[in-house]
Structures are given as structure tokens and as C-alpha cells.
Design a binder for this molecule. Sequence first.
Ligand code: ATP
Ligand code: ZN
Length: 764
Amino acid sequence: MPALEIYAVALPTPLRRTFDYLAAEPAEAAPAPQQTLLLQDDPAPSQPAHEPSIKGRPGMRVSVNFGNQKLIGVIVAVKEHSEFDLKKLKPILALLDATPLIPPELLHLCQWAAHYYHHPLGEVLAAAIPVALRQGEAAELSTEKAWQLTVNGLHCDLNELRRAPKQQQLLQQLQDEARLGVSTVLHKDLLLQAVNRNALKGLSDKGLIDALEITPEPLRPAKLLKTQPLVLNAEQSNALAQITLDDYTCHLLYGTTGSGKTEVYLQAIEQVLRAGKQALVLIPEIGLTPQTLSRFQRRFNRPLAVLHSNLNDTERKQAWLLAAAGDADIIIGTRSAIFTPLRRPGIVILDEEHDTSFKQQEGFRYSARDLAAVRCQRLGIPLILGSATPSLESYHNARQERYRLLLLTQRAGDAQPPAIELIDLKRQPLQEGLTQALLEQIEQHLLASGQVLVFINRRGFAPTLMCHDCGWLSQCHHCDARLTVHQQPAHLHCHHCDYQRPLIHHCPTCNSRELHCVGQGTERTETLLQNRFPDFPVIRVDRDSTRQKHAMSNIIDQVNRGEPCLLVGTQMLAKGHHFPNVTLVAIIDADGGLFSTDFRGPERMGQLLLQVAGRAGRAEKPGSVLIQSHLCEHPMLQTLLHQGYSAFAQLLLHERQLSMLPPFRFMALLRAESSRSENAHELLQIARNMAERICPSQPDLQYLGPLPAPMEKRNQRFRHQLQIHASSRAQLHQLLTPLIAELEQHPLSRRTRWSLDVDPQDMS
Ligand SMILES: Nc1ncnc2c1ncn2[C@@H]1O[C@H](COP(=O)(O)OP(=O)(O)OP(=O)(O)O)[C@@H](O)[C@H]1O
Ligand SMILES: [Zn+2]
């Protein structure tokens, strides 16, 4: 009798363990497992995929009965023995893959993450696998709509289309690509390049192009490059030369805004592609920076897959499978793309590495940046972290020589660094928060045909509505927060719990009509600027104005047309945009971060200010930056603006060291929340007592709390936290492993919502 096979299966449940199942018996074996892609370098399975004799292997999906539900899980180990009574083990219902969907290397990453973040492996895997595959769909590439030039289209004289410039442009592009040997172009790629659908229809109606359905074959024309690389300046060449491609090194590419980091990435990727390997590029938010994506598309004649939150389930699965099969050479994605399987991994690049979006703040709270380092180390491939304003963690690692520091101190090409000037707000008459001096400068830049970017990090019209007669404030009843006044459309809105109500015109307490909007938001600044500069378009960029799918790329197109205009927006404007005609950046209020309760407040403020400032003068026209502040003499602001980010980062690091905070200490945050404040507090007190028993508070391991969170009440729930600080990661995890195991068993922990955040980035 053949030895019994037992699968340890990770299931998407909150339980921190795997579950043993028996392999299906041949007689009642699985319904035909669907054909899967071959993800490993091993030969094709010897049996056809439908043979029930296919054996389960780690990384394959199975469906199983779990309680009274049917779940899909992933085999993480195959064993001959179980610590459970064999008679009680159930057989799996079906084996869903013929070869592992999750290659061993990726499975290892997920296991590492589950262990490090003390999170259930089943949930980690669920985060790693696209929804469609998680729900059991076959791991098969779908067909896609594509376009091909007809014979007429190939030879059509472009002049014939001069009345239809969009069609003409598109036809030219397709003819150019055809000459490079690219005969079919995927519909989705054209849409990504913002090609007009009507232009496609026009060419198709004229019989110049044909639509077809293809299973995209990876197209790799002999010519690797579509456009020639730029000639690197000395700093860029030096940086590129120091990037080691054949083993693991983490490089911190620390380059001032506009210094041409992207060009260094592109040329490093070129070498990786020439070596026949794949590049994985992580960027903060693709929807916000379609420009970045198009720079990669314009450079390489190689299949590219994009993974971001705007994709539907099928598109996501497709991109993931293309990467897994090695059919995509460049994979560009946001945070969760760190879990993309790669058949020929060659390099991982994380652009804007300081960006907080690389840390997942809900559920499985992981850092894509830290996981990238773990993954690259294991794969023996290079990692590049790039930023003009590196996180203190990465900067510290570079100073400790754990990362290789690559510096770009000059702007690329002929662009000059912008001149930065502070405007003291104290005792100045203000118009909706703007000083006279600032308004005059804005006017001068507009009259000189420049574009002006006005940064204000708050959306809506005003952060509060107040009664001038009785002092009533528009408090949210669900949160310790105020309702924000919005005018477009008019309503009151809590930005924390999403509660909304119509705008009121009488004070609910004293019935006075004297309701005043207090403070500024983007809508209010927009209105002021529209009234003050009626001859120039004012474009607002915030979450509200960019909700629609192509809103952001439309805005970017408008700005890139180059006519003078005013851009008013939140930090969405700070994110890696390249607006060559912006000559003035105005920052309405620099002070927020200096008062923050979060110890990372000043770091974030400095990053944001420099990132926004970096949008000025990126091409031939020189740029200026004006920053309004009530605290012009503040040492942090002074250091940042006069000595630069490195000095600022060193100052902050020194303070972190004195106050024993990360990156000098390692932190975990245990959060609890409940509709009854006492419950959340009590659970954390229990946790603290357990922790003290496992490892008493001592200089190397300290507890702080339980304390109410900075915003204690949010969405009707009261939130508390317990901070755990340790002098080494090892110490922290030696405590967390037994602590979480014990806490899970406590009855109150089943009734109270709680979570653990290892290396928390946001202390709220
Ligand atoms: N070697 C070079 N010669 C000429 N122009 C260059 C060179 N390298 C980059 N550039 C140009 O400089 C501009 C800024 O480069 P890029 O956007 O790559 O900078 P960055 O460091 O990524 O900027 P940021 O961090 O501000 O987003 C781009 O228009 C780019 O084409
Ligand atoms: Zn609220």
C-alpha cells in the first residue's frame, strides 16, 4: 500500500496555523484539475493534467471542507504523518493545480512574512494571490483583444489622415512599431498609452486595422529598445556602475528631485533584460503617476505587465500569470506586487521608497519595502530603493553601510535646483490663508507664462464649521473629529468614518445664521484663486476631483500642454510628477508636521515639503518655491531649507537616537478597539500582564500603555494601543511569538477587535 499522503494546508482564516488533510483517494479523486502554467524550471508533469494520480506539492491550491464551508487553500507541506488522529482527517475535495501556483521561493516569502508579522499564513497567501485565483479559477492565460495593421494600413500614406490627427498619430505609431517587427498591439496597452477609442474605431472602419483575439505570445523583437537611452551625467553613470547585478545588494539611490533616478532604473533594467531576466518595479500609486508607467513603455520593446488596484480581477490574474510564466519581462505594480511570482527574477526596484503606501495599514500589515529586501536577498538579486527624501530607516541603513549609497546631487540635464524662500505668516494680513507677497508672486509667474502649483494638504472647503455666536463646532458624532465643509457638492463630511450630512445654514444649538468656515481646504483656495486670477484656468487635484478613472491623466495632459495655469492640490501633486512648465510652487502652510503627535510627523513634513518643492523648475525654466510658515525660525525648517535633506535627516536621527525610537529601537503596536472603551483597554492590560510575565519590562524591552489612541473614538469605536519597544528584532519576536499565542486563547480577545502591527508606520 502506498504511503499515506497528508497535506498541511494554509486556509484563509484568522487562525494562526495550518490544517492537515488527506490526499484525495484515487477512486473519489478530484475532478479534473485544470491545466496550469508551468511555474518551475522542472519538466512538464509526466501525466496529463486530468489524471487523478497527480500528487499535491507545496504551492498548489486545493479545495477543502472546513467546518461547514468550502474553502480554497494552499498546500504548504506534504507529509506522511500528522499529529492529529488520522481517522479524523478529511480528504481534500480537489487539487486545483497540476504544478505549484506559488513557486517555492514565493511560498518561502509568504511564510517568512507570516512569521515576522505574526499573521496567519492563509491570510498572507490570500493577500499574495489575485482574487480570481483565490476563488479557484484555472491558472490559465486568457485571450485578449488586440489590433493589427491590415495591408492597406501598413502602406497607407499618413497624409490621407490629416483631417483626423488622432487617427493619424495612432496609425503612425502602429506603422513605426510594425517596422520594428511588432505586428500586433494589445488593446489594453493602447488604452494605457491613453490612445483614443474613437481613433481606433476610425482606423478600423477605414479598414486600416483589424481587431483580433490572441493569447498574447511574449513579443521580443530583436531590438530591445524602442527609444535610445539618455547620455548619463557623471553622477548617474557612477551610480549605474555601482549597481551589482549578479548578487544581492540593497542600493539606496538617493537623488535629489529631478536628478534622473528613473533614467538610472531604466538603464539598470536594460542590463537585466539583456541578461534574459525580469525586472519588478514597485511604485506608490500608478493611477496618480501615469507618466512613470509610460516612460517604461516608451523605452523597451518588451512585454510589460502592470498590477495595480484599478484592474479588474481578470486583468489582475492575467498580469500575475504573465509574470509567473516569464511572459512579461517588466512588471510594474503597487505594494502588493511584491508578491508577484517571477520566473526569471533579475532585479527589484522600489521607487519613492519613503512613501507610506508601501506599508499596508490594515489587516495583514506588511512593508513591501522590507519584504523586497528579504526576497531579493534570498533570490540573490539586487534591490534598488530610490528616493529624493529617503525614509530615516533606509538612510540609517545606508549610513551603517548595510545599504550601498548611490548619490545624485545634481538635477539632470540643464535644470537648476529651485530657489526656496520662506514667508513669515506672523502678523500678515491674509486672504483665505494666502499672504499678499505670495499672491503677487503667483501673478508674476502667470504673467510670465509660467504654471503655478499651490499646495495645501487638506481637501474640502474648510476643515471646520463654527458658530460665531455660541461657539458650536461641526463635530462628528462617531469620531473625535470635525466634519469638513465641502462646497462641491455642498455637504459636511467626516474624513475618518465617511459620515455625511447636508450643509446647514443655522446653528443647531442657538439657531444663529453666523456659521463660519474655519481654516482652508483645496476647494476654498481654488475659489479664491479663481476670483483673483479669472483669466487663468485653476485645476484642483485632490481625491475628490480625481475620483473618475481617467481624471488624473486628463489633468496631466492639460498641464503638459504647457499653457499658464494654476494647480491647487494635496499631496497627490507631490508624487513624482514631471511638469516641465511649473515655475512656482507655493506651500500655503508648512507647520502641520511640526506639531504632529506622531514621532514621524517631522520626517513626513520634510519629505512632503521637498517632494512638492521638487516639482518646480524641472526643465529649462528656473523654478522658485515659496513656503508660508508661522515658525520660520524652527530649527527643523531651517535645517531642511538651508542645509538640505541629509542634514535634516541627520538631525532627526540624532533625536530618534536620544529618545530611543526607530530605527534605533524596534517597535510593535498592539491595537484594540471596541464600542466599549473599557473592553479595548482591558484586553491590552491583559496583554501587557502576559507580556510582563513572559519578559518583564527592562531596558531592552519596554512597554508603553495601554493608552488611548491619538484619535480615541473613530467610527463609533474606542481605540487603545500598547507599544512594545525592543533593542533588537530578535528580542521583539521572542516576546511576540508566545504573547500572540497566549492572547489568542483569551476569551476577551475573541470578543474584542485587535491587531498587531510590527514596525508600525502610522501611530494613529
Ligand atoms: N542624463 C540625462 N540627460 C538629460 N536629461 C536627463 C538625464 N537624466 C534624466 N533626464 C531628464 O531629467 C528629468 C528628470 O528626471 P527624472 O524624472 O528621472 O528624475 P527623478 O530623479 O526620478 O525625479 P523625482 O524624484 O523628482 O521624481 C526628466 O525629464 C528626464 O528625462
Ligand atoms: Zn466620523
